[in-house]
Design a protein around this ligand. Structure first.
Ligand code: AP5
Ligand code: MG
Length: 217
């Protein structure tokens, strides 16, 4: 089955996707991660993307749809994708439906993590990622531990360049204006489930496991 995981910046989409990947053998397709990969190439295209990400706005639908089609068309990922951070506006939601149709697939479930804005700001400003195993931690809520590859002597804890208070305010505004309306699109399809994203990380994943397990069976 293919899933969409929704929620504002810092809601826990990436954290929960990592757990769902392990539990259900899914493939996490994070448009934010794909864009950061382009940024790391340090060419003109990557620099343009970085500027937009730092401004808290959305990268063009054309760029996103190209990145997405590359993955959806791959038979290895067929019917086992978690879309994390995509779709982010109504046009992307419609393009996703068309693309999935082209490759004989569909979305079975849209999971919406609901978190208050004050908590989101704290989660984002506290986020650090391990340079060795890529796992995300939080200096306030989930302090960095020995990393999965046990090579911690080599690691650095990385902070994303868009995780500063100025950009966060803009990202939250973009979410409210462009992304929030997408929830209604999935609500009308009858596949939307709201989850209290204010609980601790494991309580949320237990709830997600139950919801997904019920839809899969
Ligand atoms: P993207 O990378 O998708 O960022 P985002 O949507 O802003 O979401 P985040 O990754 O910040 O948060 P998350 O929900 O994954 O939270 P996480 O699990 O890390 O996008 C970045 C930018 O790229 C966008 O602004 C845009 O410019 C561009 N972009 C991306 N996709 C696009 C698209 N489709 N179209 C156009 N542009 C696009 O958790 C956050 C922190 O909280 C972590 O430290 C974690 O440890 C902690 N935490 C998680 N859960 C809990 C919990 N339950 N309790 C306590 N702490 C928790
Ligand atoms: Mg994320």
């Amino acid at each position: 089955m293919n899933l969409v995981i929704f929620g504002p910046p810092g809601a826990g989409k990436g954290t929960q996707s990592a757990k769902l990947v392990k539990e259900f053998n899914l493939f996490q397709l994070s448009t934010g991660d794909l864009l950061r990969e382009e940024v790391s190439k340090k060419n003109d295209f990557g620099n343009k993307i970085e500027e937009i990400m730092k401004s808290g706005g959305l990268v063009s639908d054309e760029i996103i749809n190209n990145l997405i089609e590359n993955k959806i068309s791959n038979p290895e990922y067929k019917n086992r994708i978690i879309f994390d951070g995509f779709p982010r506006n109504l046009d992307q939601a419609k393009s996703l439906d068309n693309l999935l149709k082209k490759y004989n697939q569909q979305i079975s479930l849209a999971l919406n993590l609901k978190v208050d804005n004050q908590i989101l700001v704290k989660r984002i400003t506290g986020r650090v990622t391990c340079s060795v195993c890529n796992k995300t931690f939080n200096i306030f809520f989930d302090p960095p531990k020995t990393c999965d590859l046990k090579d911690c002597g080599q690691r650095k804890l990385i902070t994303r360049s868009d995780d500063n208070e100025d950009t966060i305010v803009k990202r939250l505004k973009t979410y409210d204006e462009k992304t929030f309306p997408v929830l209604d699109y999935y609500l009308k399809k009858g596949i939307m489930k709201n989850i209290d994203g204010m609980q601790d990380i494991n309580a949320i994943s237990d709830q997600l496991f139950t919801i997904i397990g019920a839809v899969r069976s």
